[in-house]
Design a protein around this ligand. Structure first.
Ligand SMILES: [Zn+2]
Length: 284
């Protein structure tokens, strides 16, 4: 089916309290695998792309590829730009017909972030594109963006002011999760999710989903953090799959067989998360 607006996908998930996986794809194979997982589990899904991948492939090629692949499947799917501090790339994606963008102005002061996010929302909404907002840096470096030190956590009233005044469609607060691989057990601030959602019913976003337990996901989703980002695990699954396939078959030279095997592994990984998030069976 044609791509479904992010606002529609997140509204249903937020109302019914299930999570929608947002998987950072890196090429056509992984986009295809994530969509195949959504078909397999009858899930709505978010195909998410890092700025680094957009710079490599181009906003328009990704949009065209997504439109064609999404058209072939009967599940709601949206195309989302992950952490992007670059206003020009935001504009390129908006004009190329993406569903949603994360304007990452977490390095700016509160006032500058608020002002610039308002401008991005105005531009995006004119094109029917949703905006995810971010106020505090998420801990950890992902595809060259971010820092090992998470930013300071903003007071609740400031966070709510940011959500209300910018008009963002989803919000990614710092809740103790981190990008990359967790070294210990993360300390999750569940209470902050509830405080924000109870004061302002906006779908929240879980960054750093890789490595969280099923129980943590369930609790965060129940409280309203319904967009669940998975990036690191896709990279691990993909690389491990290539390595295992080639190591087991040192004399085989059939690229399509290799790529299909990797697709199968990435699909299984994504389908597993969709079942954990509770999105399985929600595609109507
Ligand atoms: Zn992130």
């Amino acid at each position: 089916m044609p791509s479904v607006p992010m606002q529609v996908i997140l509204k249903d998930a937020f109302e019914k309290r299930y999570g929608v996986g947002a998987f950072n794809i890196v090429n056509d194979l992984t986009m295809d695998a994530v969509l195949a997982a959504a078909v397999e589990t009858r899930s709505p899904v978010i195909v998410q792309v890092s700025l680094k991948t957009v710079k490599q492939m181009g906003a328009r090629l990704l949009a065209l590829m997504f439109e064609e692949m999404a058209r072939r499947v009967q599940v709601p799917a949206a195309l989302h730009l992950d952490h992007c501090p670059d206003r020009q790339v935001i504009q390129d994606c908006v004009e190329a017909g993406w569903s949603s963008v994360l304007f990452d102005a977490s390095k700016l002061t509160f006032e500058d972030n608020l002002a610039q996010t308002k401008e991005v929302v105005a531009l995006a909404h004119r094109h029917g594109v949703a905006v995810e907002g971010e106020l505090e840096a998420i801990k950890g470096v992902e595809d060259g963006i971010g820092s090992e030190n998470g930013g300071a956590v903003v007071a609740l009233d400031k966070a709510l002011q940011f959500v209300r005044e910018t008009g963002i469609d989803s919000f990614a607060p710092a809740i103790g999760t981190a990008h990359g691989v967790y070294k210990g057990t993360p300390k999750i601030n569940f209470e902050r999710v509830s405080e924000i959602v109870e004061a302002e019913p906006v779908p929240l976003v879980i960054h750093g989903g890789t490595g969280l337990s099923d129980e943590v996901f369930h609790e965060l989703i129940r409280r309203g953090a319904v967009k669940t980002n998975i990036s690191t695990q896709l990279k691990i699954t993909m690389a491990d799959s290539f390595r295992a396939y080639l190591n087991e078959r040192p004399k085989e030279y059939d690229p399509l067989k290799l790529l299909n095997a990797v697709k199968k592994d990435v699909q299984a990984m994504a389908a597993g998360y969709m079942r954990v998030f509770g999105s399985a069976g929600r595609a109507s």
